[in-house]
Design a protein around this ligand. Structure first.
Ligand code: EPU
Length: 426
């Protein structure tokens, strides 16, 4: 298994371009199943999760071509309703084929996702919403079966603005009879991107980006061509890389409006951030101050930047309190960060970060994608050499991370390159 070997202490300087958003691209790929015509997606990041979604769609019967500048999906042939366990286990986002398959075939059989490293991650809101649209649901042998001869629009009030549930329901409702209203919907930029994509396929969707989304079902959807929005979590990670190394980095291709709360928090910590239309410039190196952070659904502070921002808080003077409100188990990286010299104590959903840390290189293991990013950030500002193991987690969501960091002057090497992501591109 590959690992990163990082020699820290180098201020990162230069320009880095953000890739397309993982958490949008995966849903757009799933949504392509709603039409029998070909879809073309641009700005899809070449990451492990995209390759896995490609496998899911092929397993279902679509023809999928993934190349650096475009992903083509042709779901015109005969489709199977089944998303198998091996693929859903590898990537939970596979459950996003449930809504499209139900709409297109009248049924879907999707393996139960089970737990993952950041918590149990239930799908009860997905299922109760689909039930409201008329689907019958049962489970057998570790699979969930959903079936409906015809879906019919209704008012769905989500108890919590779940991103995945909102997405599955928008997709299922796109060709349902009549009007669907999703109340307390998720408001993430990726939801807006999905709605734009579906609209270009012929769907009638209003209110994406607000907490009430109205979908008027149409007879059928056509294929479409679409460019994926920039990855706000990747952008935030590079902004933090500049800050923790005391560097000066322009993060291009980013949308600062997707990062407002994050930016205001790191400014409060003492980072110099200048925002432009499509890029941000981040200068680090001054004095950093403690602050409290609570993760929340968009537009709140993103849970996906909670682990990475802990590295910056560790460098600040004083104590900071971080509260994780979205996932039940998203502090698993803390022990590893502490092995690099951080002093963070957790209790339930809270973490107290004791500042003034001087990170020192050590061997650590990534426990999930964003935990892995945090360990890389700590390695970049640590004295000596840091080895980050289990970087298959990082490969799931960051495109060319080590190349992009090297471009900014970082000393980072991938060791054991036999399974490089580019060799898996089909
Ligand atoms: N939840 C339920 N029932 C449901 C759905 C969700 O209880 O039916 C709970 C979950 O257990 C979790 C919380 O609600 O505690 C949030 O779940 P949500 O459905 O909003 O998240 P998701 O769709 O599973 C996506 C991203 C995550 C990101 C979250 C929050 C993708 C593929 N994943 O997950 O991204 O953290 O939204 O913004 O889009 C990552 O990229 O590292 C990542 C984990």
């Amino acid at each position: 298994m590959d690992k990163y070997v990082i020699t820290g202490g180098i201020p990162l300087v230069g320009t880095v371009r953000v890739s397309g958003a993982k958490n949008s691209a995966l849903k757009l790929m799933a949504a392509s199943l709603l039409s029998s015509e070909k879809t073309v997606l641009h700005n899809v990041p070449l990451i492990r999760d995209v390759l896995t979604m490609g496998e899911v769609l092929r397993e279902i019967g679509a023809r999928v071509t993934i190349s650096p500048d475009r992903v083509e999906i042709d779901p015109g042939g005969e489709l199977s309703p089944t998303a198998p366990y091996e693929l859903v286990r590898r990537m939970r986002a596979s459950i996003l084929v449930m809504g499209p398959l139900l709409a297109r075939l009248g049924r879907a059989r999707v393996a139960m996702p089970g737990g993952c490293n950041i918590g149990p991650r239930h799908i009860n809101y997905h299922l109760s919403g689909l039930e409201k649209l008329g689907a019958k649901i049962n489970a057998d042998h570790g699979f969930i079966n959903v079936a409906a001869r015809n879906l019919t629009g209704d008012i769905i009030n989500l108890e919590y603005p779940s991103m995945g549930a909102t997405e599955n329901l928008i997709m299922a409702a796109s060709t349902a009879r009549g009007r669907t209203v999703i109340e307390s919907a998720a408001r993430e930029p990726e939801i807006i991107d999905l709605a734009k994509f579906l609209t270009s396929m012929g769907a009638r969707i209003n209110g994406a980006g607000t907490d009430t989304i109205v979908i008027d079902g149409v007879e059928s959807l056509s294929g479409a061509t679409h460019t994926v929005i920039p990855d706000r979590v990747e952008a935030g990670t590079f902004m933090l890389a500049a800050a923790v190394t005391g560097g000066d980095v322009e993060v291009t291709g980013a949308n600062p409006l997707h990062l407002e709360i994050f930016t205001s928090k790191i400014r409060a910590i003492g980072v110099d951030v200048k925002e432009y239309d499509h890029h941000v410039r981040v200068k680090g190196g001054g004095e950093y101050f403690s602050t409290d952070i609570a993760t929340l659904p968009f537009p709140g502070f993103p849970t996906d930047l909670q682990a990475p921002v802990m590295v910056l808080l560790s460098l600040a003077g004083g104590h900071s309190i971080v509260t994780e409100n979205v996932f039940e188990n998203r502090f698993s990286f803390v022990e590893e960060l502490n092995r690099l010299g951080a002093c963070i104590r957790t209790s339930g959903h809270h973490a107290v970060v004791h500042g003034n840390t001087r990170f020192e290189g050590a061997i650590v293991e990534a426990t999930d994608l964003r935990a892995g990013a945090a360990l890389v950030l700590a390695g970049l500002c640590a004295s000596g050499v840091t080895e980050v193991r289990h970087i298959q987690h990082i490969d799931r969501g960051y495109e060319d991370l080590e190349f992009k960091l090297k471009g900014l002057g970082a000393d980072i090497e991938r060791v054991d390159t036999a399974d490089r992501i580019s060799t898996a591109v089909t």
